[in-house]
Design a protein around this ligand. Structure first.
Ligand SMILES: *[C@@H]1O[C@H](CO)[C@@H](O)[C@H](O)[C@H]1NC(C)=O
Ligand SMILES: *[C@@H]1O[C@H](CO)[C@@H](O)[C@H](O)[C@H]1NC(C)=O
Ligand SMILES: *[C@@H]1O[C@H](CO)[C@@H](O)[C@H](O)[C@H]1NC(C)=O
Length: 275
């Protein structure tokens, strides 16, 4: 599996742990090479187009509201049944607490934060929960899971947004959900099938969404996507019906900002773009 990331391209040693050392070394060198390039020389001469060239990135729009579409970056490793093009959604696990799952429909999210919040990765990804008459905000959050091979578990719950959760800045060629803290860690969202969670107090299986960061060892830096999981990106699809809050709501839209989103993520032919 090749995982593309803003910071470079690395191979995940997902299928087995006996990947030949040479392959891992190669990935590591490739990653180091790209990181070097990124910091030293933004102009990459081997490419015929840059993100600024019209046509080299998918056509996008801007909207405050968006849904997040699951994009399986290596279609050959999709789960069974497939999760490609499903939506990031919520499964109720407690009062104002939801595990992030994938589903055939999903809520409208928005990015909330001042200009400074966004510049410093302190914005939040929020959605309106509760009833239409008396809504309250829930935020995308993450915390270490019980199975560390599956990284951090994503939640959409009341409370403070997870650090660094944001839609990628205009400097990246694609618009995707990202979790960036102080250091640019190589990471990926993953979807894991058949995970049991306490849905409305009952055990039920879902395809859940987690966030996995690369591990570094003697042979290099790898994202090890566990068996039963698949690496994905979460791509904003414009939702213009995102509206105003009812009179007297306890919060407002002052800091809901426009994000770069796509009209129809499923209709994008990614093979036309060089990234
Ligand atoms: C979406 O997945 C395709 C493979 O199906 C990949 O080529 C493309 O880069 C992905 N796009 C994003 C934004 O992750
Ligand atoms: C949105 O961002 C502003 C500016 O940082 C903050 O004051 C406000 O509490 C945030 N709204 C929510 C619902 O978190
Ligand atoms: C979940 O389990 C069912 C029954 O064993 C299986 O058919 C299905 O492929 C599994 N789903 C995933 C995503 O692994």
């Amino acid at each position: 599996t090749t995982i593309r990331d803003q910071t470079g391209i690395i191979s995940s040693a997902s299928r087995s742990d006996n990947t030949p050392t040479t392959v891992k070394m190669h990935s590591f060198l490739l990653l180091s090479g790209l990181l070097g390039l990124a910091s030293a020389a933004p102009a990459i001469t081997t490419r015929q187009s840059t993100p600024q060239d019209p046509g080299s990135i998918p056509r996008h729009s801007g909207s405050r509201g968006f849904r997040l579409r699951v994009n399986v970056t290596d279609p050959s490793s999709d789960l069974n049944p497939p999760v490609h093009n499903l939506f990031l959604s919520t499964a109720h696990i407690g009062p104002a607490q939801n595990r992030a799952i994938v589903s055939s429909s999903g809520p409208i999210f928005y990015q909330n934060g001042s200009y400074a919040d966004i510049a410093n990765y302190r914005a939040g990804i929020l959605t309106d929960a509760g009833s239409a008459e008396s809504p309250f905000p829930e935020a995308l959050q993450y915390q270490p899971g019980s199975d560390e091979t599956k990284g951090s578990e994503l939640f959409i719950s009341a409370g403070t947004p997870g650090a660094g959760t944001a839609i990628s800045k205009l400097t990246s060629p694609y618009s995707t959900l990202r979790i960036l803290e102080d250091a640019p860690v190589v990471s990926s969202f993953i979807v894991c099938g058949n995970e049991t969670i306490p849905y409305y107090g009952e055990s039920r299986k879902f395809e859940v969404v987690n966030w996995l960061v690369a591990t570094r060892d003697a042979t290099g830096t790898h994202i090890r996507v566990p068996e039963g999981c698949v690496a994905v990106t979460l791509v904003p699809e414009c939702a213009y019906e995102f509206g105003e809050l009812p009179e007297g709501a306890a919060y407002d839209r002052t800091f809901a900002n426009d994000v770069r989103c796509y009209e129809s993520v499923g209709a994008i032919d990614w093979s036309q773009y060089p990234y």
